[in-house]
Ligand binder design. Structure first.
Ligand code: HEM
Length: 148
């Protein structure tokens, strides 16, 4: 086996979530708890319902698969979050900051401390990359000079 393949296998056997007690049940509790608050939130609620309508069950299942893939490396999620978020009306940097505030508060309430901080750390990094991608797609971040 090559070194690279061995390295990947070692990481897969030791997913980051497992080390701090994350399991599928905790993911389900956090995802359902968080999006229940999102639905009630006066800024986030309308943005989500404009896209999702009443199809919350499918979204919740997808978000459980997403977090399971991120923290337990189960590879259950295989979508393109950037493409989906670029098209959302009303999404911007301020809304991402608000999303993160709500996520941090919910994670710290519903998960044990170490697990909560891992969820938060990953959410911050992903939110950052989504917000940057959206700003770039809108031309708010200048293109490199080498690009036409
Ligand atoms: C202001 C912040 C955010 C808003 C308003 C938002 C809104 C949405 C909406 C409306 C959808 C459904 C899209 C569709 O079905 O077409 C969606 C999907 C999704 N969101 Fe977000 N989101 C936000 C932040 C985040 C963050 C920070 C993450 C990750 C930590 C995330 C992960 C996802 C994923 C994985 C999907 C599923 C995409 C797919 O269909 O494959 N979102 N989001």
């Amino acid at each position: 086996m090559t070194d690279a393949r061995e390295h990947v296998m070692r990481i897969r056997r030791n997913p980051p979530g497992l080390r701090v007690g994350v399991d599928e049940e905790m993911i389900r509790t956090l995802v359902h708890g968080f999006y229940a608050r999102v639905r009630e939130d006066e800024r986030l609620g309308p943005v989500f319902s404009a896209v999702i309508g009443d199809d919350w069950d499918a979204h919740l299942d997808k978000m459980c698969d997403f977090w399971s893939s991120v923290l337990l490396l189960t590879a259950r999620y295989s979508g393109k979050p950037m493409v989906k978020h670029i098209g959302i009306a009303g999404i911007d940097r301020a809304l991402f900051l608000h999303w993160l505030d709500l996520f941090r508060a919910t994670a710290r309430e519903l998960c044990p401390p170490e697990a909560a901080e891992l969820f938060i750390h990953r959410a911050e990094r992903i939110a950052d990359s989504l917000a940057m991608g959206i700003a770039f797609a809108r031309g708010e971040i200048p293109r490199p000079l080498s690009e036409a």
